[in-house]
Design a protein around this ligand. Structure first.
Ligand code: ZN
Ligand code: FE
Ligand code: FE
Ligand code: ZN
Length: 267
């Protein structure tokens, strides 16, 4: 069955997405989704980053905006309220303050920064030339494990993001991914199949099939997300996502409510 739930989408409050929440909701209904979750970029905790995330004082506006569509479309679709929160070492208490400030249904923890470098930002793509690709991947997986160990997150976002612009490691990272999968299992986080990678230079979903298999074998549960930054991308390529999930051996995905597993849905 087509997964009926898209847990990763943004709003214009982050400064790099288009379309009103209502347009995302309408698209979701149009493509046959029964549940969506808004997971806009949480305010940056080390410095304000307009164009990347909303500002701290915009959080109430975000909540009001989503609560409004949740009420108005309640008879047609279930709408969850979430955040995609950056994992930044050294700023854990600020992060915790934000994610505890509202009854969010789940928090997606994402690693977009290695040290101060937003390695997936097209604006800093040049920096890849100055970095050793293998080193970036090793640092990335170490940060993923650390992010899960905080206990802040229910879902780990796009868990092989360094491939976005096409950089592939030349070393075998199987043991690294296995170690990461074990930490995910032990800390109880889920991962997502994120279809946005299909719309990026790498042209494949996050995570890659071989990685996904390792997470499944370790018993890490699954969610689905389009990472839509435009209404037309809601639920995009979910047919491919469910094929990928099944080929890795998954038979169900999770639905969250107030940071607890609400349901397990068969695919
Ligand atoms: Zn974004
Ligand atoms: Fe992200
Ligand atoms: Fe996102
Ligand atoms: Zn994302």
């Amino acid at each position: 069955m087509f997964p009926y739930c898209d847990y990763h989408m943004h709003t214009p409050l982050c400064g790099h997405a288009t379309g009103s929440p209502e347009e995302y909701v309408k698209q979701a209904i149009k493509v046959g989704l029964k549940e969506i979750g808004f997971s806009d970029h949480a305010p940056m905790v080390h410095m304000p980053m307009p164009g990347i995330t909303m500002a701290f004082d915009e959080l109430p506006k975000y909540h009001t905006m989503i609560e409004d569509v949740r009420k108005r479309y309640a008879s047609q679709i279930s709408i969850k309220i979430a955040l995609e929160s950056d994992f930044l070492v050294g700023f854990e208490s600020k992060t915790k303050t934000i994610i505890d400030s509202y009854p969010y249904d789940y928090i997606i923890g994402s690693v977009h920064f290695i040290d101060d470098w937003a390695f997936d930002d097209p604006a800093t793509r040049e920096y890849w030339k100055k970095h050793d690709v293998n080193d970036v991947y090793l640092k990335y997986y170490a940060l993923l494990r650390k992010s899960a160990q905080t206990g802040f997150f229910q879902i780990i976002g796009h868990c092989d993001l360094p491939k976005k612009f096409g950089a592939r490691p030349s070393i075998d990272l199987t043991d690294e991914i296995k170690a990461t999968a074990k930490v995910f299992k032990d800390t109880g986080v889920a991962i997502e199949i994120n279809t946005a990678g299909l719309r990026k230079p790498i042209g494949e979903m996050y995570p890659a099939p071989n990685c996904l298999k390792i997470y499944r074998e370790a018993g890490v549960p699954l969610t689905f997300g389009s990472d839509a930054h435009h209404p037309e991308d809601v639920g995009k390529d979910f047919d491919k996502a469910v094929d990928l999930a099944k080929s890795a051996g998954y038979s169900e995905y999770l639905v969250f409510k107030q940071k607890k597993i609400e349901k397990r849905i068969k695919i």
